[in-house]
Design a protein around this ligand. Sequence first.
Ligand code: UTP
Length: 223
Amino acid sequence: MKIVVAIGGSILIKDHDSSRFKEYSKLLKELAQEHEILVVVGGGKPAREYISVVRDLGAGEAQCDDIGIEVTRINAKLLLSALGDAAYQRVPHNFQEALEFASSGKIIVMGGTEPAHSTDAVSTILAEYVNADKLINLTSVDGMYTKDPNKHDDAELIHEITASDLLDFLNDKDMKAGTYEFFDTTAVQMIKRSKLDTVIANGFEPENLIKVINGENIGTKII
Ligand code: UTP
């Protein structure tokens, strides 16, 4: 299968150490024996910190996004270091480059592309570009809940949601640099228009990646 894996920056660089990079690189190398793997990594807390500094300096939103993009590319470079020879050792800056680099047959790792969306959207556009069989978004929660699970004990995980319902839910959320919500609306639009087979799952347990590929019923499937 051709699989696009989005890994939130908040997963990879949570504690500013190398452990998650190592865990993920091991898994991704194993998967790459059987599948074509393209990875998109997010910026996480460091991106938000840098964005907050540049915003204080008077930067506009697109400039703030640009700083966020740079941080995602640093995270991509860190994952490339962990993957070594199994990966193409350059970070694509756009989808055309991603396609070109993918012809090497190696794992591709990219971060952001242009302002006004998050790496969730990058992963969905990439999935369209390469005609992926599966898109797996590894984030810091188990999936989509009926309400905020941090605030409500009775919040329930939604196992399946249509892209249209997810769009309705996200439409009233914030769209500023560094604060794209749980899943950004551009991403959901892509999933809807291309009927991308998408699962959102908890990336703090890297094994979830394998579980999703094996068809286990975890996380939230967007239908
Ligand atoms: P992320 O995709 O990491 O956003 O990009 P996030 O919502 O903070 O997600 P986590 O925490 O990693 O899971 C960081 C910031 O970089 C800018 C946006 O401002 C985003 O909030 N960005 C990223 C872009 O403008 N364009 C891109 O293609 C990617």
